[in-house]
Write a protein that binds this ligand. Structure first.
Ligand code: UD2
Ligand code: MN
Length: 565
């Protein structure tokens, strides 16, 4: 027996020897080169068959055209609006696999990407998402992703109470979308821990996170993946398009800007740099992500410790991850050729799950761990953050130390170098300035619309990004009037009747019909000595003053920059 073993061993040895000599003769460097050549080959990733079929579709909401309900179809409108913050009744009329318009830069249509791209797990946290918007998200991903790159879609149910979210959803997916599965969390965990739960189960090279009311556009995946294939520590965001909450129209938000924030941690955007504009289809560096939609290699995500699991429910995680990525050796880019639509809700329909000021606590955690002396800027704008107990931060601080991450000053000087420390400076003595955004209808801003003396002011879609309209820029001055930026026209109400129009009139500085105050706590703009509140009708885009009502959301406004000193 031992003889046989010896012979066998010798034979095995010889085979290996021969094999390795053979490889030596071929020359390993050559093979490595070949691999490199193959690896850098680029191909056209468009799925022309799906594009052709989509082109033939017609019907309600197809190609992202605005859609409307007939009177007969409107009976569930109010009920569904209230619980979703968007026109869910209309969503139910639009096909789950509708076509979306190809609004990419022309150059994207001929752009090629590496043939060798990493595999993807798409992770979608959801809490009480309406069933058709959730499924439309899943369909758009499955139908517009190369099958061999898309390993799985994981819907993480954050303890939803809607009936569809449980067994009916699981059954539907098993029957119709086999690549898509669910994880049902046993308690309300918030979107951050829900994403973490999905990421822990994900098996692909790259994690792509999406919100539960999104639609992936044509060829969205390769542009997101290529920068990661080239450097696993690059995190990539798509352009986020707007799915209008009322009509489901699919349109661009703008043609790109760099993500940033103000010192109340509202998400803001900075202009593209000259070099970004030169290459409109190439990824450009961006200081922070919007939050919901991005791709990151699983390896880098976990090297960074994922998210801080102490962040609860909603808010702040976009800054935490962005700061971590930049400060701890990675980078963030936006890929213009990857576009995904997102429903910006008209209002957040979810009640606070009894967790107090979770947004404030999240912001405090992020500021304490990552922002060093710059946290002070946040606290100056929001003094009560100083008194919020952020909880245990030792793990996060330990991680920052272990990874030898750079100071926030480095981030401010090298990455967000054009982010103003006063955002933007408020004139001395003036109370505040900037956009006046409605809380009940957060897509709408007060807009003076190039109007002149005696003409009526209205609300319209907020102009986002770089080319911020002068028509949505106001100053609440020390005279206690509201001035249109760059003009000597003031908001004036002369009509004593209910729902009186706001008109423009030359500023006189002596209050009366032009007397306005802003109540920071209630977020009210109060007019006159016997005060009425600024209010709007989002449907008609009308702006007026009326009796103040604590319950009304449309009477609440956010003035962009408030001078607290
Ligand atoms: C933005 C981001 C969002 C997130 C948030 C800050 C975009 C387009 N959206 O607000 O992804 O970064 O800023 O935290 O960039 N959800 C849960 N559990 C919860 C609450 C929400 O699973 O307790 C889900 C929700 O169903 C959705 C996602 O988390 O899929 C984001 O919530 P959102 O849509 O209310 O946030 P959004 O878009 O206003
Ligand atoms: Mn969202």
């Amino acid at each position: 027996l031992s003889g046989v073993t010896v012979v066998f061993t010798v034979l095995l040895f010889r085979i290996f020897k021969i094999k390795s000599t053979f490889e030596e003769r071929r020359g390993l460097p050559v093979e490595a080169n070949e691999v490199r050549i193959i690896r850098s080959e680029r191909i056209d990733w468009h799925d022309y068959e799906t594009i052709r079929k989509d082109g033939l579709r017609s019907g309600t909401g197809e190609h992202g055209k605005p859609a409307y309900l007939s009177a007969a179809e409107s009976k569930n409108y109010d009920k569904l609006y209230k619980v979703n913050g968007f026109n869910a009744a209309l969503s139910d009329k639009i096909p789950l696999d509708r076509a979306v318009p190809d609004i990419r830069h022309k150059g994207c249509q001929t752009k090629k990407y590496l043939k060798d791209l990493p595999s993807v797990s798409v992770i979608v946290p959801f809490h009480n998402e309406h069933w058709t918007t959730l499924l439309r998200t899943a369909y758009s991903v499955v139908n517009r992703s190369p099958p061999h790159l898309l390993k799985e879609v994981i819907l993480v149910d954050d303890f939803s109470s809607k009936e569809f979210s449980k067994k009916p959803l699981d059954d539907y997916l098993a029957a119709n979308l086999t690549k898509v599965r669910t994880i049902h969390l046993p308690e309300r965990s918030g979107l951050i821990r829900a994403r973490l739960a999905g990421a822990k189960e994900a098996t692909a090279d790259v994690l792509v996170f999406l919100d539960s009311h999104t639609e992936a556009n044509i060829n969205w995946l390769p542009p997101l993946l290529e920068p990661i294939a080239q450097d696993y520590r690059t995190c990539v965001c798509p352009f986020i398009d707007v799915i209008q909450y009322e009509t489901f129209e699919y349109r661009a938000q703008d043609e790109g800007a760099r993500g940033a924030f103000d010192w109340e941690f509202f998400y803001k955007r900075l202009p593209l740099l000259p070099e970004d504009l030169e290459h409109p289809t190439e990824p450009f560096k961006s200081p922070v992500m919007a939050g919901g939609l991005f791709a990151i290699s699983s390896r880098f995500f976990w090297e960074l410790g994922g998210y801080d699991e102490g962040l609860d429910i909603w808010g702040g995680e976009q800054y935490e991850l962005s700061f971590k990525i930049w400060q701890c050796g990675g980078q963030m880019v936006d890929a213009p050729c990857s576009r995904v639509g997102h429903i910006y809700r008209k209002f957040a329909p979810f009640p606070n799950p009894g967790k107090g000021d979770f947004v404030g606590r999240n912001y405090r955690r992020v500021a304490e761990v990552w922002m060093d002396e710059y946290a002070e800027y946040l606290y100056r704008r929001r003094p009560h953050y100083r008194n919020i107990d952020p909880g245990d931060l030792s793990k996060q601080k330990g991680l920052r130390k272990d990874l030898n991450c750079k100071p926030f000053k480095w981030f401010m000087e090298k990455v967000a170098f054009d982010l103003p420390l006063k955002y933007p400076p408020v004139e001395p003595g003036d109370f505040g300035m900037g956009e006046i955004r409605n809380i009940g209808a957060p897509e709408l801003c007060v807009d003076s619309g190039h109007k002149d003396r005696d003409q009526v002011v209205a609300v319209s879609e907020c102009v986002k990004g770089t080319g911020k309209s002068a028509e949505q820029n106001f100053t609440l001055t020390w005279h206690k009037d509201i001035r249109v930026k760059g003009k000597t026209l003031c908001f004036d109400v002369s009509d004593p009747n209910d729902k009186a129009d706001v008109t423009l009139y030359p500023c006189h500085g002596s209050q009366g019909n032009q007397y306005w105050r802003y109540d920071v706590e209630k977020q009210w703009f109060l007019h006159g000595g016997n005060p009425r509140c600024l209010d709007c009708d989002p449907g008609q885009k009308r702006l007026y003053v009326t009796k103040c009502d604590d319950q009304s959301k449309t009477q609440k406004w956010r003035l962009e920059n408030v001078n607290l000193t």
